[in-house]
Write a protein that binds this ligand. Structure first.
Ligand SMILES: [Zn+2]
Length: 60
């Protein structure tokens, strides 16, 4: 499996970051208020896949 980084957001300080796994504590403020930022993460993931396919096609 390739590395799949997901986007997370802290509900306490609103810090956004990406991780392979969801951390228990926010790396910025240290509070246990980290949630998966699903909607934005899915959109960006799709965009990244499209970009990757386009660059693959450009090289082919
Ligand atoms: Zn935080």
């Amino acid at each position: 499996m390739s590395e799949l980084k997901l986007r997370y957001r802290c509900n306490s300080c609103n810090w956004k970051f990406t991780r392979n796994m969801q951390p228990r504590l926010c790396p910025y403020c240290g509070k246990a208020a980290v949630d998966l930022d699903k909607a934005q993460g899915a959109q960006e993931l799709l965009r990244e896949i499209e970009d990757a396919e386009q660059s693959f096609q450009a090289r082919a």
